[in-house]
Design a protein around this ligand. Sequence first.
Ligand code: BEZ
Ligand code: FE
Length: 296
Amino acid sequence: MTGGASGELFSEERSAEVVAASFAHTPDPRLRQVVTSLVRHLHAFVKDVELTEEEWAVGIDFLTRTGQTSSDTRQEFILLSDVLGVSMLVETINHRTGGTSTESTVLGPFHVVDSPPRQLGDDIALDGKGTPCLVSGRVTGPDGEPLAGATVDVWQTNEDGFYDVQQPGIQPPGNLRGLFTTDDAGRFWFRSVVPRFYPIPDDGPVGQLLAATGRHPNRPAHLHFIAAAPGHRPVTTHVFVADSPYLDSDAVFGVKESLVREVPEVDDPARAAEVGLANPFRALTFDLSLLREDHP
Ligand code: BEZ
Ligand code: FE
């Protein structure tokens, strides 16, 4: 008689155990653990909601379209993971800091591997739109020691709420992104614009899910960072603008209290002249603290 690895035939009551047993001889112990747990949770879910055949078909169609919407330049499955909070959960589990370094948040789909190298003080707002803003900070190690030569990779949307890679031919390539290197005191500074809120791509199946469930697609205003230094763990994070709409309802659950900063107006003619901005100007300060590589 055929059946699961245990020989027990399928039944509604013991469906999870029977199917899990079929994976009992998976050679890789981690794969065995993951697939067994997945089966248990999936079966519990189906039983919990008593899934109908029509609902099962809708789910299959949704996942099929999610795959079909994905391409080299768009990852609808990651977006689905994002709006279900799974990306943030995986991120948070894998980057527990115990409060000793800058907290991380989601990478998002708009990072480019070859961010354009910039000089300290450069203006990354190549399209000239938006409210000018001085962005500055320090990268330090866990004891506050400055990390000279650390890299600070930044990217943000323009005033219309799009990243440069979403608007080829409309925005200049490299608009509002850049790779900076900290000075001897671990400092970085550059000119940009005050970030604004924007919607995640919502013209696909994930957008339909949000609409059907009465959720909005917006992310609060933020600027992305990846800070890295030799001998230290890199941090992928954002700084969020205090008072931005959607801070308490980010579509991808990325907000952490420790990452929110005011962007005050600064009235300092000497500093404005020094950094090449009209006075008064807006200023966003964000320091990043990295753990050492060998942190337990
Ligand atoms: C972003 O912040 O760029 C982002 C993150 C997750 C999904 C979509 C966009
Ligand atoms: Fe973003």
